[in-house]
Design a binder for this molecule. Structure first.
Ligand code: HEM
Length: 212
C-alpha cells in the first residue's frame, strides 16, 4: 500500500504513455519467418489517412504532447507548489521514447538520408539528438553525478521544444496549442513573475492556516 502511495504518479504516466502503442501494433504486421519483415496493414487507419500517415500522426502527436507536459512541470510547481521528480522523469522518458518511435517509423518508411532533404526534418532530427543525453540522464544517479551540470544539460530541452515546434510549424500541422502552453510556461519562469506567483501562493497558504 505504501509502495502504491509513493509511486502511483509515475505509474499512471507510464500506463498512459504505453497505451497508444497498442494502436500502433495493430497497424503493422511483423513477420519473422524470413528474417524480420515489417509491413503496414492498409485498412487499419481512419480519418481518410493512410496507415503511414496515421503512424506519423500518432507518434508525432504523443512526442510533442509529452514534451509539452514535461516542460509544464516547473511552471506547475511555481503555480501550485506541487512537484514530483519521478513523474517528471517518467514524462521525460515518455517524450524521448515517442520521439524515437516517430523517427524509427520515418527511417523504416523513407530511409536515413531522407532526413536531410527538408529543413523541418533536420529541425526534428537535431531535437532527437538532444533528447538522447536527456533520456540517459533522466535519473537520480545522473543527477548526483552531474551536480550543477545536470540542470544545464536539462536546459537543452528548451532547444528541443523550439526545434520540434519549428518542425511542426513547417509541416503545417497543429502547433499553436503547444506553443501557447510552452510560451506561458516560459513567462511564468521569468524571475520577477515567478517570485510574484510564489509569494501569492505562500500568502494564500498562510491565510488558510491562520483561519484554521
Ligand atoms: C528526425 C526527426 C524527425 C523526422 C524525420 C520527422 C518526420 C515527420 C514526418 C514525415 C511527419 C509527417 C508529415 C506529414 O504528414 O506530412 C511528421 C509529423 C509530425 N512530427 Fe515529426 N519528425 C521528426 C521529429 C519529430 C519530433 C522530435 C517531434 C516532436 C517532439 C515531432 C512531431 C511531429 C508532429 C506533432 C507531427 C504531426 C503529426 C500529425 O498531426 O499528422 N517530429 N514528422
Amino acid at each position: 500500500m505504501n509502495f502504491l502511495k509513493k509511486n502511483y504518479g509515475w505509474m499512471i504516466v507510464t500506463l498512459i504513455a504505453i497505451l497508444p502503442l497498442f494502436i500502433i501494433i495493430n497497424m503493422i504486421n511483423i513477420d519473422f519467418s524470413n528474417g524480420l519483415t515489417i509491413t503496414l496493414i492498409e485498412s487499419a487507419a481512419s480519418d481518410g489517412k493512410t496507415t503511414l500517415e496515421m503512424l506519423y500522426h500518432i507518434s508525432g502527436e504523443f512526442a510533442i504532447r509529452w514534451m509539452t507536459a514535461v516542460l509544464s512541470c516547473t511552471p506547475f510547481f511555481i503555480l501550485f507548489g506541487i512537484n514530483n521528480l519521478y513523474v517528471r522523469q517518467s514524462m521525460g522518458i515518455a517524450t524521448a521514447v515517442w520521439s524515437f518511435i516517430h523517427f524509427v517509423i520515418f527511417l523504416v518508411a523513407e530511409g536515413f538520408l531522407e532526413t536531410f532533404t527538408q529543413v523541418n526534418y533536420i529541425a526534428g532530427f537535431i531535437a532527437i539528438l538532444i533528447l538522447i543525453p536527456l533520456f540517459f540522464t533522466s535519473n537520480k544517479k545522473s543527477m548526483r553525478r552531474l551536480k550543477k551540470n545536470w540542470k544545464k544539460l536539462q536546459r537543452l530541452a528548451y532547444v528541443a521544444i523550439s526545434l520540434s515546434l519549428l518542425h511542426i510549424v513547417l509541416l503545417d500541422k497543429t502547433w499553436l496549442i503547444y506553443a501557447v502552453i510552452v510560451g506561458l510556461g516560459f513567462i511564468i519562469r521569468i524571475p520577477v513573475v515567478k517570485d510574484k506567483f510564489i509569494k501569492l501562493r505562500l500568502n494564500k497558504t498562510r491565510n488558510k492556516l491562520s483561519i484554521q
